[in-house]
Design a protein around this ligand. Structure first.
Ligand SMILES: [Zn+2]
Length: 69
């Protein structure tokens, strides 16, 4: 039986302040995705009356069960 060293994993260590940056960035991206997929339509549309964003995420909206039409 051979004794080979197994590769060990080391955890990624980041500081609290850096983790806040990552957490806030992820939260902003998630809220943006949530808004554009689930809410952005009609009067609440960010880009005026154009339905470009709505049409782009339309299948995702239906797949996730957001009310649409
Ligand atoms: Zn629809």
């Amino acid at each position: 039986m051979s004794s080979t060293a197994l590769p060990t994993s080391t955890p990624v260590v980041i500081s609290i302040s850096r983790s806040y940056i990552w957490l806030v960035s992820a939260m902003i991206l998630a809220l943006g995705a949530y808004y554009f997929i689930g809410v952005d339509e009609g009067a609440t549309s960010v880009f005026g009356n154009s339905m470009v964003v709505h049409e782009f995420v339309h299948d995702a909206r239906h797949f996730l069960g957001f009310p649409c039409h």
